[in-house]
Ligand binder design. Sequence first.
Ligand code: S3P
Length: 440
Amino acid sequence: MRIKPARRLRGRCHLPGDKSISHRAALIAALANGTSHISNFSTSQDCAATLSCLTALGVSIERQGNRIRVEGKGMRPFRAPASPLNCGNSGTTMRLLAGILAAQDFATILTGDDSLNRRPMKRIIEPLERMGARILSLDGHPPLQITGSKTLKPIRYELPVSSAQVKSCMLLAGLQAKGRTEIIERNGVTRDHTERMLQWFNAPIEFGSDSNKPEARSSAVIGPASLTARDVRVPGDFSAAAFFIAAAALLENSEIEIEGAGLNPTRTQFLDTLRALGTEIDISSEREESNEPVGVIRVNGSNLRENAEKDLSLTISGQLSTALIDELPLLAVVGSQLPSGLMIRDARELRFKETDRIAATAKNLKAMGAAVEEFDDGLRVVGAAHLKGATLETFGDHRIAMAFSVAALLAEGESEITGSECVSVSFPNFFEALESLVER
Ligand code: S3P
């Protein structure tokens, strides 16, 4: 994909259904009793992988565009698949499905593409084995062979890494164990879509906090649970919106409106961060859809190179790095335009995403002429860089492709994004949607 610089962004845009929420809606509907209709289901390849795995496990699913119908038959309705289940590029598919398969009375092999097969799985293997599943892996990496147990033991588990995927895996396994499975997050909550979706399907779920550790949160499910089918409307994907929001924030005189965006507070830290930098962002028509907050986001762009306070030195670390996890490469692009640049720390997890996102971000920013220092757990971008058009590598990672498409709009001269088709992993129409907003 070749991208020319833009003057500003103008107009309204519609988002694909949220990827994280779509996975959960399909998986939880498959565990419920009865028929669930899901609308605005994500058009991503990742969510298609979840549907094809469920189909291979014997779940009846009908799809028409972004509407799907799932026939749930309760907690253990699945049949052993004839061949390994391919989760494609999707960590969420593999980790959440593993929680469900841990309680099935047969063995399943989960595999993925080269990127997924390099990602760490010990984080789910260890606690699922403690509950009684048996899991074989290639030194903690996929393919995984999961032999489930009908008699999973409930456990109380403190997450060693902040990860919504691991938390969700454990809650889904806990639904099928006898007793209370409690997951503790020491440093604040990661995205809570699983908890909200379980509530929506009437699952027995409880939340707790610890007065000695104000940051800590816990969620517990009581199994064996019985879920009731429900219709779900999936909100627009905030992480997809973030690319348009950033581009509009950085290009002076931009004005965009994004309809039906998910506004779950565990996902929207990016708005607060941009506001703190001086971007005008307005939220309206707030409402709840299927237990998730949704609304309209309006962004008015200004020149952050000049408007952000000169001595405002922005550091993202600790819980903020977790809250911004999927937006960090994009934030690094934003940081390159701030007078004092940007520092990101405590983000080592970025090295274990679809690609090593710290290395990929640093490499591309440098290719565009920005000065970047890389750390094991983050990076520092020197500000206000004059980005130049360049050949930018995606490393097969959708969020790197989209973050650097935004960078390309700010640059002097044309850029080329190689392997840009990987945007389909989360947002197949990304380039069309971006182009429809761009004014040159
Ligand atoms: C996701 C959780 C996050 C995020 C990923 C989607 C989810 O991963 O980066 O894009 O849907 O639960 P981790 O849980 O590994 O941090």
